[in-house]
Design a protein around this ligand. Structure first.
Ligand code: COA
Length: 255
């Protein structure tokens, strides 16, 4: 029996290379995937799309001991990918939840028996000139904003904001709504294990590290509900030096 939460982080290029036959779509794409690919003009976006679809199949194949071409997936625009119900049956499609994320030259994907959201952020924090406090004003609770204000204006503040943002993106992928700016400032990320007041919406785990080129890597995975995180298996097909991991709760603030 595979662990309940299967995760893969990989570089896009090697994942796309064996699968890609430009300029045509690879034969293993389903109709809905091929239709989305046909609407993509930019070669890098096409490669990213193909790499992610192949990575999902690779993840499912590893978890279930099949070949990658066993899996047929649909790719609705603005929604998470899912198993093709005609090919795999309604029951399997309804009980296999998928999520994916891409950032720079990297991708991450997840498969689970419950709704799951994954988010990957790969950024050069030293080069970033983003006004973190302005972004935080749109995405953070007052408590999170105070944490950011207490940090020096530099990589540490950028990293902490990226951590909060990544956890919330993973949460909104779980719910399927995409980022909800009407709700996001009332949802707070709290380290797991501390006493919690308020409704626990979701549990998450986050890993942080760095690429060989020195870019920060933040990977977050989230599952809904107060029941806690499922057992988790993370495979990394990428040159990343991990620096730590932690468990989080996403809590709804009252009001
Ligand atoms: C969906 C969303 C969270 C994706 O985040 P992102 O940082 O742009 O991109 P990521 O690489 O992390 O994730 C992209 C993948 O998320 C998945 N996805 C898209 N919409 C999704 C949804 N509603 N629920 C779950 N997953 C979704 C797709 O698989 C997508 O990959 P694909 O386009 O290659 O198929 C984000 O774009 C969003 O919230 N959009 C809707 C709200 C919005 O437009 N807000 C902007 C207002 S300023």
């Amino acid at each position: 029996m595979p662990p309940a939460l299967q995760l893969l982080l990989a570089a896009q290029a090697p994942m796309a290379a064996p699968a890609q036959q430009p300029p045509q779509a690879p034969g293993w794409l389903t109709e809905s995937e091929a239709a989305r690919l046909a609407g993509m003009q930019h070669p890098a976006r096409r490669q990213e799309f193909i790499a992610c679809r192949y990575a999902l199949r690779h993840l499912l194949a590893m978890a279930h001991g099949t070949t990658a071409d066993h899996w047929r997936l649909d790719a609705p625009e603005g929604r998470a990918p899912h198993l093709n119900a005609q090919h795999h049956g309604e029951e399997a499609a309804g009980s296999t939840h998928l999520s994916l994320s891409h950032s720079g030259a990297w991708l991450a994907c997840a498969a689970a028996p419950h709704p799951v959201g994954i988010d990957l952020e790969v950024k050069d924090l030293h080069a970033s000139r983003r006004d973190v406090l302005a972004l935080a004003g749109m995405a953070c609770t007052p408590g999170e904003l105070a944490q950011l204000q207490a940090l020096d204006d530099g990589p540490a503040r950028q990293r902490h904001f990226l951590q909060i943002w990544s956890l919330k993106e993973a949460y909104f992928k779980c719910t399927g709504t995409g980022v909800d700016f009407a709700a996001i400032r009332r949802i707070e990320c709290r380290p797991a294990g501390l006493p919690i007041q308020g409704e626990v919406l979701a549990h998450a785990r986050a890993w942080h590290g760095a690429t060989a080129g020195g870019h920060a890597v933040l990977l977050s995975v989230c599952v809904l509900g107060a029941g806690g995180l499922l057992p988790c298996s993370l495979q990394v097909d990428a040159d990343i030096a991990w620096q730590g991991e932690g468990d989080w709760c996403l809590v709804a603030l009252p009001g």
